[in-house]
Write a protein that binds this ligand. Sequence first.
Ligand SMILES: Nc1ncnc2c1ncn2[C@@H]1O[C@H](COP(=O)(O)OP(=O)(O)O)[C@@H](O)[C@H]1O
Ligand SMILES: [Mg+2]
Length: 212
Amino acid sequence: MTGTDTGIGKTVVSSLLVASIRGFRPTAYWKPVQTGIEQDDDTAEVRRLARCTRDEIVDAGIRLPRPLSPHLSARLAGRSIAVDELTAIADRLPKDRFWVVEGAGGILVPLNDMETMADLIAELRLPALITARSGLGTINHTLLTLAELRRRSIPIAGVVMVGKRNDENRKAIEEYGGTAVLAEVPFLASLGPDSVGNLAQGLAAELRRVAS
Ligand SMILES: Nc1ncnc2c1ncn2[C@@H]1O[C@H](COP(=O)(O)OP(=O)(O)O)[C@@H](O)[C@H]1O
Ligand SMILES: [Mg+2]
């Protein structure tokens, strides 16, 4: 699970994926790199929104205090991030589950001087699902993300759009991006386990396409 930006809805879409896919396949969520852990804890948020059981959440990963890009947040914490270290955690995850792995920011966010989130996605060998906003600006951001994934031969699972429905933007992403918009997620007036559960049920058929 990647996105065209930070704050685009990856965590909410991750919660929806867990809540909709668990009905037909064991599912779990993992956030390999979390910055700004004191204010933003995506793992805790998915646990809350999708009412996850213990087996549906992995807590392991790199956790950094400053709410900045991982490369900088790591540097300020006096450490570094290596893709190898994250794939070593991934190797220990149960293989019999469908994994929703949430990135940090978008795909070219640096992890260190050499590696980006895209390198992590490639090493994890998981298809990339892109969360994109529905409104103005999304065509460019989404097409850039798709182009970079293709350049790296990373398989693409599709796009999930978040926000007020925009049929023209959906059509443009599908046509110019040569990919499917799997689901359109509306803004929820009150975001919580109940509203996420209801929405996951309503979008189950669409979201399950990611795992089939
Ligand atoms: N469908 C939605 N309905 C209501 N609020 C949302 C929705 N999607 C995202 N948000 C809110 O927008 C903000 C960013 O979403 P989040 O999923 O955390 O983005 P990301 O993981 O890409 O940084 C959060 O405050 C979240 O609660
Ligand atoms: Mg997030």
